[in-house]
Write a protein that binds this ligand. Structure first.
Ligand SMILES: Nc1ncnc2c1ncn2[C@@H]1O[C@H](COP(=O)(O)OP(=O)(O)O)[C@@H](O)[C@H]1O
Ligand SMILES: [Mg+2]
Length: 313
């Protein structure tokens, strides 16, 4: 597709017997913010490391702008940027000196280097503090410098690996706003996170992974709409499951009824009406309920619905 910037086909990576990334394929479109959402240990860092040439896949292919992606291809490397999960900064140096250092590694020098350092400091909002040592910065400010490093050479595609872990809500917001601004100016963004609210707010499309495999890929809206208007979870005794399910399926506002361990999962078009209907059935059949939850339609619930477990750590 003409619109495709990054095409990923059948990516695999194992550590010993463990399939960290187990046959992952997707396309990232030019100009989008593409999210890779999954819990800790799902394989996000392993995927991003293979896409940026830090780690060699066991099998699979990655192409960038129609060309086979090889880490040795300097021209392609120059078009991508990486903001790693771990901070890679020199604490005794100022933000400006850190940026100058990394800029030289990227091959920038002279006037152009000075211009880019000033520009990225401005983008991440650290111009005023640029000459202070990194060790005097808050966690959120350090994360912003980390982001600035990834922007120095003006990449077409910027990869970010959980750039908001451990920062306060205000700093997180500053980072997300910066990314939205960069994206509006044309940068394609590949964003990994285990925070569903971030993926929901920021990303045009999201791929959800678990145990190294893709379990869903779509716009956040479409993923959430697939839930209907919400999910009701009930815990009832095992011997009540059959009769409750049979009667619940007759209710118009109920889309599906399924079972996950000891819980009945009811997808609905209209959660409040479905709840009233379900409680009517429960009363008629005289079923004891030991737990009842109404889940919001959001990406967290999508994940729960697909895997039976929570995304949060
Ligand atoms: N160098 C490594 N050696 C062995 N196992 C690893 C290594 N790196 C990652 N893993 C394992 O691979 C899985 C995926 O890890 P990772 O890609 O870091 O997940 P995420 O970034 O989503 O938290 C995890 O089970 C992790 O323990
Ligand atoms: Mg990770």
């Amino acid at each position: 597709m003409e619109n495709t910037l990054l095409a990923v086909q059948g990516l695999h990576k194992s550590y010993g017997d463990m399939h960290a990334v187990d046959g992952v394929s997707f396309d990232v479109r030019r100009g989008e913010i593409f999210g890779l959402l999954g819990p800790n240990g799902a394989g996000k860092t392993t995927i991003i490391s293979m896409l940026t040439g830090l780690l060699k896949p066991d099998s699979g292919s990655v192409s960038f702008d129609g060309h086979d992606f090889r880490p040795s291809n300097r021209a392609l490397q120059a078009k991508i940027g990486l903001v790693p999960q771990e901070l890679a900064l020199y604490p005794p140096l100022s933000a400006r000196d850190n940026l100058v250092f990394f800029g030289r590694i990227y091959g920038l020098k002279g006037q152009r280097l000075r211009q880019r350092v000033a520009a990225v400091l401005e983008i991440v909002g650290l111009t005023e503090r640029a000459n202070d040592a990194i060790e005097t910065y808050s966690g959120g400010m350090k994360r912003r410098v980390n982001l600035a490093v990834g922007l120095l050479h003006e990449p077409e595609l910027l990869f970010l690996d959980e750039p908001t872990v451990g920062v306060d809500p205000q700093a997180r917001n500053a980072i997300l706003e910066t990314l939205e601004t960069l994206n509006r100016a044309g940068t394609t963004i590949f964003y990994t996170t285990h925070y569903m609210e971030e993926a929901q707010r920021l990303c045009h499309r999201v791929v959800i992974i678990d145990h190294g495999q893709i379990i869903a890929l779509d716009t956040p809206r479409a993923l959430i709409d697939s839930l209907g208007s919400g999910i009701i979870r009930l815990k009832v005794p095992d011997n009540a499951f059959e009769s409750l399910t049979r009667q619940a399926r007759r209710l118009a506002m109920i889309k599906t009824v399924s079972r996950q361990d000891s819980r009945v999962i009811v997808k609905t078009n209209d959660a409040p009406a479905a709840l009233i209907g379900l409680l009517g059935i429960v009363n008629r059949l005289d079923i004891p309920i030991t737990a009842l939850e109404i889940l919001e339609p959001n990406l967290e619930t999508v994940f729960l619905q697909l895997t039976g477990k929570a995304l949060r750590d």
